[in-house]
Design a protein around this ligand. Structure first.
Ligand SMILES: *Cc1c(COP(=O)(O)O)cnc(C)c1O
Length: 531
């Protein structure tokens, strides 16, 4: 490996984000105003991701997109989803409160994940108060409490809430387990009918999951549903598979369709099939370069070529008998199939049990609404993290460490390695002396040996210097917020929302972002104090 052709992991970057990074001084201005480090989110990119999924779904198929809130805590994303008219998938009391505060009508909220008794009680209270909120209309704020008046009823079905005639409006509860289903029936009370989806798991050829009700317990599900028809408004089956393997999702669809048919026969009227999330991101701009990097990394683990791993890290590979085995911790970075194509392929896939008709056809013919819960697909490329170079040093073994003002958990969960190249944004005050390409490790600010931001070597076009800015691409999904800790008592980085306007970029605090003026065409003069 020569210095003139360093291994690269070029990131795919949205044109809007690229324009922001290329705008002289834009990143610098954001950090000067709000402090470094900082997370930046780009709601316009979220809106574009949404438009691409909608383009695939708009084919006469009834559908609902539920933004999976847990992917990022950004309020700007939640408000953008609300403004765009889609639904939201929340998985905690705090996410639920945030969704209501952002203006989501309870009928546009779905709750997934394991819930616990206290949360279930909260959810029933929200359902009961749905009618109260509906009269206040969108955008009303309700504080953070969700405890409601237990005497109020679930609101009746209305066109405005999107509820169908056979199912009441209110938060849809996507049930994770049998205990939850039974508990809901107990808590629901006589006057309530709770909209429920039943999440299944244990499909043939799918790795075991801790979530959902195993298929073999489905008889028990039908028993509970049948015993509580007055309290549980069964809307259909759901699954969520975290796999990029198309066959797995298709088998799950097939199993759910068969059970939906059985539900019709048993006198239920399910009208939803929820296919969950798991639609992949595309991180790399150059799959060949990625493969070449990983090859070089594997060689280096065997002691060949330039060392590329910090501190004996093997990235999940096993070294055995002069060979490298196993699956690395970063394998998802190699994906090249975008979410909209994954979705299109699933909808177009022929179903053997349905005479080869496609999933989309079967759903449309049966008036089965296809719900999906994309998280990472909606925020793909819609966030970056900026940090400043504090200093550069060399270690005893000659490695170059670029020390930043953030820690590893700010940009990635500890067990994952970020395998796209960060970008070096030179400090405008620096003269452009050129050191030539250099391979470095990025180090965090926490006084622990393990606080290396990259355990693999990263090449920059020149040696970074104090005051330069490093941009981590594509950190919106499960990177910014998933494991950020305050071990060294540094405050968590602020989150900022960036909007492109004619003539430049506008940056505000995430919680202050107003989606009203979203869109590249329909932008008017800045509005102040609206809503
Ligand atoms: C996390 C989660 C999602 C979102 O998954 P992505 O892979 O981000 O699309 C959707 N549904 C459920 C039930 C989840 O737990």
């Amino acid at each position: 490996m020569t210095a003139s052709t360093p291994p690269r992991l070029p990131a795919k970057i949205d044109p809007l984000v690229r324009a922001f990074l290329a705008d002289p001084g834009a990143a610098e201005a954001a950090l000067s105003e709000f402090g470094s480090p900082a997370h930046l989110v780009f709601p316009q990119v979220f809106a574009e991701n949404l438009a691409r999924l909608r383009a695939v779904l708009n084919r006469g198929l009834p559908y609902r997109i539920c933004y999976a809130n847990k992917v990022n805590q950004s309020r700007a994303f939640v408000r953008t989803a609300e403004h765009a008219g889609i639904a939201i998938d929340v998985a905690s009391a705090a996410e639920l409160a945030g969704a209501l505060e952002a203006g989501f009508d309870p009928a546009r909220i779905e709750v997934t994940g394991p819930k616990g008794a206290a949360f279930l009680r909260d959810l029933l209270a929200v359902g009961a108060r749905g009618d109260v909120w509906a009269t206040h209309g969108r955008g009303a704020t309700h504080g953070s409490g969700v405890a409601g008046d237990p005497d109020l009823r679930w609101p009746g079905a209305t066109a405005a809430t999107g509820a169908s005639a056979s199912h009441p409006g209110g938060v849809t509860i996507n049930v994770d387990n049998i205990w939850e289903l039974r508990r809901l029936a107990e808590l629901a009370g006589e006057h309530a009918k709770v909209p429920v989806l039943v999440r299944l798991s244990g499909f043939a050829g799918t790795p075991v999951s801790r979530f959902g009700i195993p298929l073999r317990q489905v008889d028990e599900v039908f028993e509970v549903l049948a015993a509580h028809r007055d309290r549980i408004g069964f809307r259909g089956f759901a699954f969520h598979i975290d796999s990029g393997e198309p066959g797995e999702r298709l088998r799950a669809v097939q199993a759910c369709l068969e059970l939906t048919e059985r539900a019709y026969l048993e006198g239920f009227s399910p009208d939803v099939l929820d296919i969950g999330g798991g639609f992949r991101q595309v991180f790399t701009a150059d799959a060949d370069a990625f493969d070449a990097y990983v090859l070089a990394l594997r060689e280096s683990l065997l002691g060949r070529g330039e060392p590329m791993a910090w501190g004996g890290n093997t990235f999940g590979f096993h070294l055995d008998g002069g060979a490298v085995h196993g699956t690395p911790v970063f394998h998802k970075y190699a994906n090249t199939v975008p979410a909209d194509r994954m979705l299109a392929d699933l909808l177009d896939a022929g179903l053997d049990a349905q005479g080869g008709r496609s999933f989309a056809q079967v759903a449309a013919e049966n008036l089965l609404e296809v719900w999906l819960e994309p998280g990472k697909a909606l925020v793909d490329h819609a966030g970056i993290t900026l940090a400043r170079v504090e200093f550069v040093k060399e270690t005893a073994d000659g490695s170059v460490l670029v020390n930043l003002d953030l820690s590893r958990d700010t940009v990635t969960p500890a067990d994952q390695e970020v395998m796209v190249d960060p970008l070096l944004l030179p400090n405008p005050a620096h003269a452009h002396g050129d050191s030539g390409p250099i391979g470095v490790f990025l180090a965090g600010r926490l006084c622990l040996e393990r606080d290396l931001i990259t355990n693999h070597k990263v090449w920059f076009a020149r040696r970074p210097r104090s005051g330069d800015v490093i941009a981590f691409p594509n950190t919106a999904a499960y990177h910014m917020d998933l494991s950020a800790a305050r071990a060294s008592m540094h405050p968590l980085p602020p989150k900022l929302a960036v909007r492109q306007r004619p003539g430049g970029f506008e940056v505000c605090r995430d919680e202050e972002f107003d989606p009203e003026t979203l869109g590249r065409e329909s932008v008017g003069p800045p509005r102040h104090g609206v809503r």
